[in-house]
Design a protein around this ligand. Structure first.
Ligand SMILES: [Mg+2]
Ligand SMILES: [Zn+2]
Length: 180
């Protein structure tokens, strides 16, 4: 059975999106994240963060701030028994026209290479169309986390209004591939 991963956007997906978070105290997990990530793990998925942090490229704060927020997020998750296997950050501003900023699939592809996972067996979860596009370009199935799901016009394979809904989608996918 192929190794597989759930690639995760960070702001607005794992933690409350406060807009360019720079302080560890900005980190607040969204409801159901711990249970949802645990469900992903139980279904056999590696967990990886792929996040645009253009606050660095825009000059709002340095890479040390991104590292501090990342550390707090990992600490909060680890204290709940959730381990993140890999994390990739794009620190560029849009006008840098870098190769890694989502919707580019590059961070997903690099993470998949590092983890040794099959992209077609994997998911990308995020709260923005750029997350969905990155996932599709990488060859993953995509889940758009969108509290106002009914009005979401999206190319995502699945739309979920909350983390419990994501957990159901992932469990179903894990079960359907259980005999690969
Ligand atoms: Mg986001
Ligand atoms: Zn970049």
């Amino acid at each position: 059975m192929a190794e597989k991963a759930v690639f995760l956007d960070r702001d607005g997906t794992l933690m409350v999106d406060v807009g360019y978070p720079r302080d560890p105290d900005d980190v607040r997990l969204l409801p159901g994240v711990v249970e949802g990530l645990t469900a992903c793990r139980d279904a056999g998925f590696h967990l990886a963060i792929v996040s645009n942090q253009s606050g660095v490229g825009r000059g709002y704060f340095g890479p040390d701030a991104v590292a501090a927020v990342h550390r707090r997020l990992l600490d909060l998750l680890e204290s709940e028994g959730v381990r993140i296997d890999d994390a990739r950050y794009c620190l560029h501003a849009p006008e840098d026209h870098c190769a890694c900023r989502k919707p580019s699939p590059l961070m997903i592809q690099r993470s998949a290479g590092h983890l040794g996972v099959d992209l077609a067996a994997s998911f990308m979860i995020g709260d923005r169309p750029s997350d969905v596009e990155a996932g599709r370009s990488a060859g993953c199935r995509s889940i758009l986390l969108c509290p106002d799901a009914d009005s979401a016009a999206t190319a995502a394979d699945f739309v979920a209004g909350s983390w419990p809904e994501i957990a159901r989608i992932i469990r179903a996918a894990g079960a359907s591939r259980g005999h690969d």
